[in-house]
Design a protein around this ligand. Sequence first.
Ligand SMILES: *Cc1c(COP(=O)(O)O)cnc(C)c1O
Length: 434
Amino acid sequence: MKYRSLNGNAPIVDFREATIRGQAPDKGLYFPMEIPQLSPAFIAALPSMNKTALALQVMQPYVGNNIDTTSLEQIVAEAVDFEFPLVKINEQVYSLELFHGPTLAFKDVGARFMSRCLGHFSKAAYNKTTVLVATSGDTGGAVANGFLGVDGVEVIILYPSGKVSPVQELQLTTCGQNIKALEVAGSFDDCQAMVKDAFMDADLNGHLSLTSANSINVARWLPQQLYYFFAWQQWHQMGFKTAPVVSVPSGNFGNLCAGLMAHASGLPLQQFIAACNVNDAVPEYLQTGVYQPKTAVPTISNAMDVGSPSNFVRILELFAKDHGKMAATIAGYSISDEITQQTIAAVYQQDGYILDPHGAVAYEALAEYQVQHPTDKGIILETAHPVKFPETVEAAIGQKIPIPESVLPLFQQTKKSIPMQANFAALKDWLMAQ
Ligand SMILES: *Cc1c(COP(=O)(O)O)cnc(C)c1O
């Protein structure tokens, strides 16, 4: 598979180079030159395919001959090595729980896949890659865990001091080994700006081989397609004859855009819902045809506090910039914090299911869609475990959230972070000394 830059002014590359670079030299996002088409035989075999075989078949065309089949099979097997259960909340809504990975967030699959690909490539090339990533909470933990112990890859995570939850902070500061956490005296936007400056700085790029680990990177973005296949398999096994509506809590739109890729490959899905908090640039575009990126507003679903979603350009590309086509496939909703909190409370009272704030945004968006389409049953993607957002969730349901056993050992560990001022000069000095 070849990849081109959506800014149209950079050389065409293969999967390996797209992964190592992260972003094209013209600052564009990489996009595959073609979208693989699933054969009717594949769709027929899908219901009974095991996770690894399925993941291998979906990912192979995107990787091409950059990774041999045996190694790729190992990589995908490790990337999807946990459960993705589809759980019934009530007659209308099912939850695809994407929080059973090691850091309880859906980003685990992409982070694990990307880290193993990079590890594979740096083994062959004997040069060290440095992954530099800013996090508002969930990315940091997933990346730290996914890259821990991967040879030839150093990971540096910037996070805003005091603005991530206790579980999130422990996940990203207790790994040690090849993972370093910089605790920035500033906001997430400061962290992101510092990382962006670093990617553009000639001295730094001469000194280190830097790459990103957010959904800009094709190796983190594309494996997220697998969720939609896992959802479809279980939907089918439950006996549903019509394709589901899928509601996706969205911030940078990597997850939703991955679902659209699966759909474009031929996976039968009826409709996508772009579920956003008040950061509503995409829902507004879907409604009006005018795209206006904004400054991010903080909310209780903070992993979706993105004013200018990076993957929007990929979605535009998928629909050949045709607003009508996009609006026919994706319905957009913007949900306030107040309604999100009410949704967590109501779903707990009615159905005994504990949503996290991101899942609650997806639930409410689907519910609003179903007012117009009462016969359409749907799936929400539950992207994080509620225990990662204890204050909001416990206030809504009026009791403590049971802590999953896998999290308990974290509380025995000691946070190790490096304090960092919120400016690029400080970061550069520190990086140049590495
Ligand atoms: C990252 C994240 C999202 C948003 O995903 P995008 O791919 O950026 O749209 C939603 N929910 C949670 C819990 C996340 O961590």
